[in-house]
Design a protein around this ligand. Structure first.
Ligand SMILES: [Zn+2]
Ligand SMILES: [Zn+2]
Length: 265
């Protein structure tokens, strides 16, 4: 019998395998995928630690479990990551545990966009809370249709999965913090809610057939969409990273991503 925990553990494994697979396929994005694969390995180890722990949903109370993993991730990233990150780690590490706690708690309460360390460390924590239906209790959860219904996080990406008759017409957003998905209308900006199709643009490259950029002329925001009806074996989080050329393309045209991924794109 497969327990839910084992299945979800598999999903970290699937992400790691997919990163290896995609790294082997494309030389240009290989360094990003190799780095991301290593981050996923650290996150899987964190998830495994948390899976056997008693979590309260209050990060402040759960810090004793999370902090050792934060230290492990920081020291691992200082050897596998770019020099810029190593400098930041040096700064955090020299300030000791209180600085790590502060970094984690501040981000957890605000989910401020585009923060690297707290996001790497707390994604497995947030995923575990979501599996346990243990809602975060020590912060305000302002949710609306653009934010995750579980943790109020912004979307990392959008997914098309067929089933046009479903709510959202087969489109869903995936939370950048806890990986919960929620239905979202197909023709709608995931940042400002624009629904005028003349203000919404889709960009697609033949080299990345199952990926596209969904951009909005009203707010100039964008999100990448992974079309699982075109490539069912895709793993959205990882394939999104492999679509780095589309981020470069969008940025050159002045669009701003709703939430950067862990490789900073
Ligand atoms: Zn979430
Ligand atoms: Zn918009």
């Amino acid at each position: 019998m497969t327990t839910a925990g084992a299945r979800l553990r598999d999903s970290w494994e699937r992400r790691i395998e997919r990163a290896e697979q995609l790294a082997a396929q494309d030389e240009a994005t290989r360094p990003l995928l190799v780095f991301y694969g290593k981050l996923l390995g650290l996150q899987r180890d964190t998830y495994d630690t948390l899976r056997t722990a008693q979590l309260s949903g209050s990060l402040e109370r759960d810090l004793d479990v999370v902090r050792p993993r934060a230290s492990a991730i920081l020291s691992a990233v200082s050897t596998i990551g770019p020099a810029l990150l190593a400098d930041q780690i040096q700064e955090i590490a020299s300030a000791g545990d209180p600085a790590i706690d502060r970094l984690l708690l501040e981000w957890w309460r605000t989910l401020a966009a585009n923060q690297f360390f707290p996001k790497v460390i707390l994604q497995p924590y947030a995923q575990r809370l979501a599996e346990l239906s243990q809602r975060p209790v020590d912060r305000e959860l302002y949710t609306n249709e653009y934010r995750c219904p579980f943790c109020a996080g912004p979307p990392q990406l959008s997914i098309l999965q067929g089933g046009g008759e479903l709510e959202g017409g087969g489109r869903a957003l995936l939370c950048a913090t806890c990986f919960t998905t929620w239905p979202f209308r197909r023709v709608r900006c995931a940042s400002c809610g624009e629904e005028d199709e003349h203000r919404l643009a889709y960009f697609h490259s033949p080299a990345l057939d199952h990926l596209r950029v969904d951009a909005c002329e009203t707010c100039r925001g964008y999100v990448k969409t992974i079309d699982l009806t075109r490539l069912g074996i895709a793993v959205p989080l990882v394939d999104e990273v492999a679509g780095a050329p589309l981020d470069v393309w969008a940025r050159e045209r002045g669009y701003e991503k709703i939430e950067l991924n862990l490789v900073g794109l």
